[in-house]
Write a protein that binds this ligand. Structure first.
Ligand code: HEC
Length: 186
């Protein structure tokens, strides 16, 4: 009896999953929010995966002002469109992403520096969060983490002030110039 039930489950569950996948019932539209169950499964998986994989990442012992500024410039170039900043809205098209990128204002209370580094370096599958491993080197990712850590201790208008002062134009830091659009990524 028990063996019969076990065999039925082993056969029925994969068949059910297969039929669901082939049925097209799951709505992949990014314009359509996740169900609470999908939201919970994906978000919890992400949190625990980051915690596990970032456990071996060692942060640098100190972060200089120049690194914070370099991190600001990398953030301006690569992150602010999706994540915004204090008093800086995300780009309008970002509201079409599912899940939506969060503002990172409280990211330092949710994640350690090592975890922030791991997220930015590796990205998050099945979301629009890219891996910056190949386009931004490790030291630049640490600069961005240093910036994210530092900015929350500064007045909220700091980001907009740094932007309006053209800090990045004046700083001959090591971040790469944005690649020409025609350059194919390897
Ligand atoms: C194209 C949009 C996009 C860009 C550009 C982008 N991100 Fe993200 N990011 C996302 C999305 C979407 C998520 C949410 C992923 C999720 O819900 O699991 C995310 C999540 C994160 C998180 C976790 C936030 C949290 O509160 O859990 C961090 C940290 C992060 N991104 C850092 C960065 C950094 C640093 C950069 C720039 C180097 C960057 N992101 C560029 C889309 C983007």
């Amino acid at each position: 009896m028990l063996i019969g039930a076990a065999i039925a489950i082993v056969a029925v569950v994969p068949a059910g999953v297969f039929a669901f996948v082939k049925s097209g019932l799951f709505k992949v539209a990014a314009s359509h929010p996740h169900t609470m169950l999908t939201e919970w499964i994906t978000h919890e998986t992400m949190i625990h995966s980051v915690r596990r994989h970032a456990a071996h990442v060692r942060p640098p012992s100190s972060v200089s002002k120049a690194q914070v500024l370099a991190g600001f410039c990398t953030y301006e170039t690569h992150c602010v469109a999706c994540h915004g900043a204090a008093a800086i809205a995300r780009e309008q098209w970002v509201s079409g992403l599912m899940p939506q990128p969060p503002y990172l204002l409280d990211a330092t209370s949710k994640w350690t520096p090592s975890q922030l580094f791991w997220i930015a370096k590796n990205g998050i599958k099945m979301t629009a969060m890219p891996s910056w491993r190949d386009s931004v080197g490790d030291s630049q990712v640490w600069d961005v983490v240093g910036f994210i850590e530092a900015i929350r201790r500064l007045p909220p208008q700091t980001y907009a002030q740094w932007r309006s002062r053209g800090m990045c134009g004046a700083f001959s830091g090591p971040w790469p110039a944005p690649a020409p659009r025609s350059t194919p990524r390897p």
